[in-house]
Design a protein around this ligand. Sequence first.
Ligand code: ZN
Ligand code: ZN
Length: 291
Amino acid sequence: MGGTNSKWEYSDHPYAGRSAVLATMHGKLPLIGPVLENAIGMKVTDVSVNTDMFGTFTGDIERRESPLQTAIAKARLGIRSSGKSLGLASEGSIGPDRALPLIVSDEEIVVLVDDSSGLVVWESNTSFEIVKASASIRPGDTLGSFLKEADFPQHMLTVRPNVGSIRPIWKGISELEVLETAIRGCATASSDGLALVQTDLRAHTCPSRQKVIAGAAERLAVRLKTRCPRCKAPGWGDTGRLFGVPCGWCGTEVQLPRAKIQSCALCDFELIEPIIGQETADPSKCPFCNP
Ligand SMILES: [Zn+2]
Ligand SMILES: [Zn+2]
């Protein structure tokens, strides 16, 4: 923000002064609300809906839809239960990265659904800085190095039996004494005598996730500020790539990106912008010249 004309941009935005509801059970309002309020003047309040019905990080309820579809469904649930027409929600995916499967990443999506126009705008943010610790522990084991890796108690923990039943399950543990009690109880319920202790990945118990959600909200704010050149709807931006570049020697098509696609979230307007310096492919990338 800042600059002399920021006030004008602020009041000019179609969502300035409008109120939106964030569907959350896990305290995400401070991560998302202020970012959107500062950027476009939208007022964000939270509505408590049972977002756990779409799946939980502790694995006791499995997610069935894609993260984006889940986020959209949560936002629509918030819209229905509040009577507002603007709904926000976020959804995270923590696990082996799609591109680098040996590394754990956290991809957070934040979505805005405008029920009155049908507009759906979303952004994502990926981080490799996520804390995600897991260990099978016997009552009485030394916990020091695990607790350090797990960044406890800043990051809270869950405990459950190591094998067999997923219950009892303890969540949101931030005290050593409670942790030890939970380990004893869950180890007893497990046929191998071990308790499974893991990072509690819910947003309000996992500070390394909170940063990634706030980053996704920043990106959504930038996208909402960007308007379609034709219909002026918010949410104009990058939506994909076109692939296929001719090899510089033989002309064989190589699967490299040749252009960026920018499109509107509402109308069908799009712009295709060739990637400079990607008119021909290096023959070393060609399956014919350099097999
Ligand atoms: Zn448009
Ligand atoms: Zn070639």
